[in-house]
Design a protein around this ligand. Sequence first.
Ligand SMILES: [Zn+2]
Length: 264
Amino acid sequence: MLSTEFLEAVVGAAERMRSPVILNLAEVHLKYVGMEVIAAAILRRAQTSSVPITLNLDHGLTFDTVVRAVRCGFTSVMFDGSHLPYEENIAQTREITRMCHAVGVSVEAELGAVGGSEGGELMGTIDTAMFTDPAQAEDFVKRTRIDALAVAIGNAHGKYRGVPKLDFARLDDIRAKAGVPLVLHGGSGIPDEDFRKAVALGIAKINFFTGMAQAAIDTLRSAVTSGDVDLKYNAFPDIMLQVQESVAGVVAGQMTIFGSAGKA
Ligand SMILES: [Zn+2]
């Protein structure tokens, strides 16, 4: 959630589609929006929403940021220790789950490495050597006591080079061994049919950002360059409203594809 336009776009779409929704705030986005400010706005909006809304810290990088998120009322956190050596990832993730579970906050962690980086390079690269190992996933979940596991099965952040190929056999194996709900990061640009298959094979949460940001940029570009809008100062709020509507349209479409529409 980068702004109240995005907040209203996503929650509005969720209400229209009767879909529950998880609102992510990524640690790398904290330079654009204050955690305390946007968390207060999201929690207020959630109180008046007609569908279930939860607030998740995405790619929390340190214990300190996770504590701050818990204090702000986040209902879940994702701790990303995927760049760490395996034993260090376990040690840090376990410390996070101990603290979060004490106050009823659930924890997602990542094993293997999803291509690209959240908020990082534009084109995520995919390295099959970094895919999640099913046997290691089983060990990781047991020892960290996480509630959800983010998997690397050919998915990447940002825009894909060509059409991504997800390793479904691996996903099926991870699901059987990990025993917790699985999370797919890099949810923009995967074919609709593959999303449905991934959900059927245990993906319970899909992180989707790039598609929303692209819709926002496309709308801004056409508003500014089409010549239809007189670009005086008072055009700004109307253009932002158009941005909100275009993002809401993309989100509503994804809720239908993901199968969350009609579940709330
Ligand atoms: Zn991610």
